[in-house]
Design a protein around this ligand. Structure first.
Ligand code: RFL
Length: 399
């Protein structure tokens, strides 16, 4: 049966453009359909950390330069407790596996550039993208192109890389998926500011609320401030935001600067199981949302893309369909592992400052202290920060 392409990839975020590059560099053709325009996609600022495992994955496809190439290596992580700094040597404790600071928009821009340079097919402004016949042998995807003309692509596989709000997951019949949602009850106000980058990525535990500061280039920082339920921190005057940051970071000398971006992040988690239905495979945020604690969202998207690319290549080149059959289980194993890590981390740094729950606060402080005192506990933490093995192995799913 003839097909227009082997894989239709829906969405050109980190998941979609990683997958498209991996497929193209493995000799499998694909077409990427993206709802937004190129400028929008390449400008969307979100994540900032590529872990060591994800960097290795890009390296396997000759793309290490896209994440290396001058991006600063993460060295120490500073956790400041009520103004007292403690440093953890994550890369060292993980056996020399540093992560890198790579703003998501930069990574996406570079991946789009590499894919197009390789002659890849990426169609921006694709509206009303709709997958059809997912449980048959020849799925189709219809859409309206940038000129409003109705188009159709037939393919062997559809990769749903269109994020949490995309059409892919919604096109799977109700009842075929089990979903898990969790509200962590924590809200963060995040601001992007012209303020010198901190020496090390910084998390501050404080009775005034959690705060964090991460580099976004040498002259800009992204700050996070926990806010109380019912508040709208976007109404905080900037001077109040700076006061809160100085208080929580225990740094009276923190220089203020122009705030160039304001966003509210409600910490929530979501997982859809399984991550496939017929010829549709969900990749990245389309299947799972994780809190920013631990910086794993983008890295999970890259790992999913890698497993799917490997599985499709094995099926197309060698007729080996085991990777496709095990795709969902392999991805979900990592997803739940990282969900647990993210929850554990969030609980620790928020509860350690929460005076309204004195017993839990002491437990969280003990947990935090253990990271610095026990090399074994430190190494377990550092291993997750560096990124765990990406293997297609099966695992015993709970029944
Ligand atoms: P994305 O990035 O949402 O991309 C989906 C793409 O699909 C397009 N799309 C469609 N295209 C065609 N048809 C449709 N119907 C479509 N619907 C949507 C969209 O326009 C878009 O281009 O999902 P993807 O690729 O799975 O990537 C996931 C990551 O973006 C996400 O996990 C991270 O941003 C999460 N995250 C972080 N992850 C990290 O690994 N490290 C971090 O430090 C980190 N920090 C963060 C974060 C997320 C944040 N947000 C979103 C709250 C910090 C923040 C503030």
């Amino acid at each position: 049966m003839s097909r227009d392409t082997t894989v239709v990839v829906i969405g050109a975020g980190p998941a979609g453009v990683s997958l498209a590059n991996f497929l193209r560099r493995s000799g499998v053709d694909c077409v990427v359909l993206e709802a937004r325009d190129r400028e929008y996609v390449e400008g969307r600022q979100r994540a900032g950390v590529i872990d060591h495992r994800a960097e290795q994955i890009f390296g396997e496809f000759g793309l290490a330069g896209l994440v290396g190439g001058g991006a600063p290596l993460e060295t120490f992580l500073e956790i400041r407790v009520e103004g007292v700094p403690r440093l953890i040597d994550g890369p060292g404790l993980a056996g020399g596996r540093p992560s890198r600071l790579v703003p998501q928009q930069l990574l996406v821009r570079r991946l789009i550039g590499a894919y197009l340079e390789d002659g890849g097919d990426l169609r921006f402004d694709a509206r009303d993208v709709t997958p059809h016949d997912l449980d048959g042998d020849r799925p189709r995807v219809t859409y309206r192109d940038a000129d409003g003309v109705e188009r159709e692509l037939t393919c062997s596989y559809v990769a749903g890389c269109d994020g949490f709000h995309g059409v892919s997951r919604r096109s799977i019949p109700e009842g075929a998926l089990t979903t898990y949602s969790f509200d962590h009850g924590i809200g963060w106000y995040t601001v992007l500011a012209d303020s010198p980058a901190p020496r090390y990525p910084l998390m501050a535990v404080s009775r005034h609320g959690f705060a964090a500061q991460f580099a976004r280039g040498p002259h800009a920082s992204r700050f996070y401030l926990q806010y109380r339920a019912g508040e709208d921190p976007r109404r905080w005057p900037d001077e109040f935001t700076w006061e809160q940051l100085r208080l929580r970071l225990g740094d009276d000398g923190l220089p203020g600067g122009a705030i160039t971006g304001r966003e509210v992040v409600d910490m929530r988690s979501f997982v859809a199981e399984p991550m496939s239905y017929g010829k549709m495979f969900l990749v990245g945020d389309a299947a799972h949302i994780i809190t920013p604690m631990g910086a794993k969202g983008m890295n999970l998207a890259v790992a999913d893309a890698y497993l799917l690319a490997r599985a499709i290549v094995a099926a197309e080149r060698d007729g080996d369909r085991s990777g496709l059959a095990g795709y969902s289980e392999a991805c979900l194993r990592r997803t739940w592992d990282y969900q647990e890590f993210s929850r554990w981390y969030a609980e620790m740094v928020h509860e350690a400052g929460d005076e309204s729950e004195p017993f839990r606060r002491r437990l969280a402080l003990a947990r935090l202290d253990r990271l610095f005192r026990s090399p074994t506990a430190g190494a377990a933490f550092a291993d997750l920060m560096a990124g765990t093995e990406v293997s297609p192995g099966r695992w015993p799913a709970p029944r």
